[in-house]
Design a binder for this molecule. Structure first.
Ligand SMILES: Nc1ncnc2c1ncn2[C@@H]1O[C@H](COP(=O)(O)OP(=O)(O)OP(=O)(O)O)[C@@H](O)[C@H]1O
Ligand SMILES: [Mg+2]
Length: 261
């Protein structure tokens, strides 16, 4: 029988430990999600301190130092999106996602998320434009956290798969019973034959961008599940080399007694 030991694990027995844990875990994604969960706390702390540091010191630093900090900020946000997508995929597979819907005034909500991407867009010389609807009922019942992830995933993709010097237009279309949000980019576009597979788990289009841009192919899968859980739809219109528009619809909250105005 193996005796417990207080010795620090060597490289060899560390890898045995990992192998044993993998054997004991029913699905590989659970092991991944365990790691993702462990990454979340230190990452949140890093991002928090970094943003305080940038806020307090940006004015006294050289442009080069500011650029380094901005890159650190972007990289830590990317890591955090990756961790969230991994955790969400595991939650979806285990059927443990619940929604906490609340009434949201859609236009300012989306705008706040959009402007947070200014740094990342600037880094790739991409222009951002926000087009607001002028009239219409725009109160929705959403789980803010989940829907923030949907919008963030679409904007992240629009930046990642754009061309340097390109543009992203976020527009909101108000219909009778639903609000449709479009994220349009002037990027590399998606070939017709790939468009049907985009929302599948781990799917990534095999092109030069796949090698250049980090990604796991989970962002659109998670986004689709979250939109469907809100009784909405998500789809894409795209043309190779011209750009893509990802759109999703969400029902308005007219039926909720407290928000009928
Ligand atoms: N706006 C876009 N323009 C061109 N291709 C896109 C766009 N959005 C997504 N794609 C293609 O669809 C694939 C799947 O996107 P998805 O967001 O699910 O995964 P990802 O970006 O590869 O990784 P991550 O899980 O980090 O989001 C991408 O790898 C890319 O090939
Ligand atoms: Mg993505």
């Amino acid at each position: 029988m193996d005796q417990p030991t207080n010795q620090a694990p060597t490289k060899a027995n560390q890898s045995t430990q990992v192998a044993l844990d993998q054997n004991q875990t029913p699905a590989p994604v659970d092991f991944v999600s365990m790691v993702a969960h462990e990454l979340k706390t230190p990452l949140t702390s890093l991002r928090g301190y970094l943003s305080v540091f940038i806020e307090e010191n940006a004015k006294s630093m050289t442009p080069e130092q500011n650029m380094f900090l901005s890159r650190m900020d972007i990289a830590s946000t990317q890591l955090s999106t990756l961790v969230e997508n991994l955790l969400n995929t595991s939650r979806i597979e285990r059927g443990v996602i619940t929604l906490n819907p609340e009434v949201v005034e859609w236009v300012p909500f989306v705008k706040t998320i959009f402007v947070e991407f200014e740094n990342r867009a600037k880094e790739r010389k991409i222009e951002l434009e926000f087009i607001e609807p002028t009239t219409g009922f725009t109160k929705l019942m959403v789980d803010k956290l989940r829907i923030t992830e949907v919008i963030s995933n679409l904007i992240t993709n629009a930046i990642t798969y754009n061309k340097e010097g390109g543009k992203i237009i976020l527009s909101i279309e108000v219909k009778d019973n639903e609000v449709v949000t479009h994220v349009q980019d002037t990027g590399i576009g998606i070939a017709k034959e790939a468009q049907g597979k985009l929302f599948e788990k781990y799917y990534r289009v095999q092109n030069s961008a796949a090698g250049r841009a980090n990604g796991t192919g989970l962002g659109l899968y998670v986004s689709k599940v979250f939109v469907q859980m809100h009784k909405g739809k998500i789809w894409v219109n795209s043309e190779s080399d011209k750009g893509s528009t990802f759109s999703f619809s969400l029902p308005v909250a007219r039926d909720v007694p407290s928000v009928q105005k």
